[in-house]
Design a protein around this ligand. Sequence first.
Ligand code: S3P
Length: 171
Amino acid sequence: MQSIENKILLIGFMGAGKSSFLRKLQRNGANYHFVDLDQEILKGKGLSHLGELIESVGWGPFRQMEYDFLKDMMNSGDNLVIALGGGAFNENNQKLLEKGTTIWLNTPFDICFNRIKESIERPLVKLSREELQKLFNERVLQYKKCKYILNLEQIEQINSLKDLFSHIGPT
Ligand code: S3P
């Protein structure tokens, strides 16, 4: 456990299960703090609704907030497990992301779509299924660059940080 990098980054499309995976990892998560990037942004801005934030400031400023908050987290001395928003794994953040252990939750599109289609928190859900599928396909090209990839079965099997470490081993 000691040799694993001290920033573990959970990556994946909306609905991939990053936030619930984060909650599972908290079991036996001694020495680590568990944070959700979107929630940290909201807390930092004193807001409660991410969709409203994005719609009021626009995508450019929101992506900048993701960068700024992620940068602070990556530069902190804490051991962190961070769940990123589905669009935060991008070129702009690449240098920051390289400092961590990136793990892609590779949940198939149909499952992601069924989980998010009624979401009111996510402005992108206004896109059609076809548009979301296209975005998914584009994002997958980025997500594939993650250091580790977990398929759905593995995501379901892993129930704690300890389980995750035994899956991915020391880095
Ligand atoms: C986004 C995903 C959302 C949130 C925002 C934008 C995206 O996070 O950051 O609505 O661009 O894919 P989740 O992946 O946690 O839903």
